[in-house]
Design a protein around this ligand. Structure first.
Ligand code: SOE
Length: 382
């Protein structure tokens, strides 16, 4: 028998993100010493056969086919939203009103208007809340944050990020339905701006402070696609590619780019930061390495170091194996679950809270507005 306090979790959604979140809740108390242990109380999905199969596969105690049932249930403390973007606001607001803690997959809302209502709901109800921007919790990225906060880079001049994929190049790929809702603007809110650049923006503002203004361009390369749900050929309204320049509050300049049309790249999220004394580069395809250049090194030996982030004194790694042995993508979600639970226990909520998620939505909204108006846009403060 465990002497840990139960944290009764219900996950809404059993797709890709339903699996990453379920895995995080299942594994976190094995690897992190926390007072609370997540209990997989219920999974929810509209298709009963799939919901039941998912519950069996992952060891959930029960399943529901209507998320409203979860909100009514007294035996659930935390509602975790892992569904397509058009459902985030309604579920989160109802959950907060019922006094449940809420975790939500990114982006928080399809628009800042939706996201702001979600922020108001969790803040009024005073319930713990968090948005799953998992890449902050790649140990190498967390270490970049430590180095910047310690002042190792000095004044920051440049921030550069990109997120490249290639899975929508075929004109025969339909839009809508499982997985492909990301191509349907009415469900997703936007294309790569909200899906991929949102990750880059969240990490960037965490590492380098607020983004204050942007100028952007977007393009939709394939203008019509068959819709999986209606069977009709319909206009594509998402952005297939998006690139923008930005200014940060600290005076540094940035370039950001995302596309699903970069043949050969599957999930090439990279970031680079150039400071007065040092630079940092990180690449998701090589996620356990942090590239670091320090101008203060002795001249003869100066060069880029490729630091293998697997040692116990590097972020999160003492919870895993022995030095030199790596972890991967799924662990970033486990780290996020651990930080959320630790936040409950210490009373210091882990970031990104819904309010931080709103800040990212304000930037993506300014990017889309700038691309439309072909002008610089100031970013609202969350
Ligand atoms: C899109 O392909 C996607 O799955 C995003 O939705 C995720 O947020 C990103 O982490 C990987 O790519």
């Amino acid at each position: 028998m465990s002497n840990k306090k139960p944290l009764n979790v219900a996950v809404v959604g059993y797709g890709f993100m339903g699996r990453t979140h379920s895995n995080a809740f299942k594994q976190v108390s094995q690897f992190f010493s926390l007072e609370h242990k997540p209990i997989l109380k219920a999974v929810c999905g509209r298709n009963e056969t799939n919901a039941k199969a998912f519950a069996d596969q992952w060891g959930y105690e029960s399943y529901e086919t209507d998320w409203r049932k979860l909100i009514e249930r007294k035996d659930i403390d935390l509602i975790d939203i892992a569904t397509p973007n058009d459902t985030h606001a309604e579920i989160a607001i109802a959950a907060a009103k019922a006094g449940k803690m809420v975790m939500c997959e990114k982006p928080l809302g399809r628009t800042p208007t939706e996201a702001l209502k979600m922020v108001e709901a969790v803040e009024t109800a005073k319930v713990a809340n968090m948005v799953w921007y998992n890449y902050r919790r790649v140990p190498a990225v967390t270490m970049a944050k430590q180095l910047i906060d310690e002042g190792k880079l000095g004044r920051i001049f440049h921030y550069r990020a990109k997120f490249l994929q290639d899975w929508t190049i075929s004109k025969d790929l339909p839009q809508g339905g499982a997985g492909l809702w990301r191509l349907d603007a009415s469900v997703a809110g936007s294309g790569v701006t909200g899906d991929l650049l949102a990750h880059c923006i969240d990490t960037a503002m965490w590492l380098n402070g607020d983004i204050t203004s942007v100028t952007a361009m977007t393009e939709t390369f394939i203008k019509e696609r068959q819709h999986n749900l209606t069977g009709k050929v319909e206009t594509v309204s998402i952005d297939d590619a998006s690139a923008f320049l930005a200014r940060f509050d600290n005076g540094s300049l940035a370039t950001f780019e995302a596309t699903r049309y970069a043949r050969g790249h599957k999930a090439l999220y990279t970031l680079e930061i150039n400071g007065e004394h040092a630079s940092i580069f990180w690449d998701l395809h090589d996620l356990h390495r942090l590239q670091y250049f320090d101008h203060r090194d002795e001249g003869r030996l100066r060069g880029w170091r490729s630091i293998h982030i697997t040692d116990g004194d590097q972020p999160y790694m003492k919870h895993w194996w022995v030095p030199g042995l790596q972890i991967g993508y799924e662990h970033t979600f486990i780290h996020q679950a651990a930080d959320f639970i630790e936040g409950l226990e210490t009373g210091k909520p882990a970031s990104p809270t819904f309010r931080a998620g709103l800040a990212t939505d304000y930037v993506t909204d300014a990017v889309l507005a700038s691309a439309q108006s072909r002008s610089w846009q100031d970013v609202k403060k969350a």
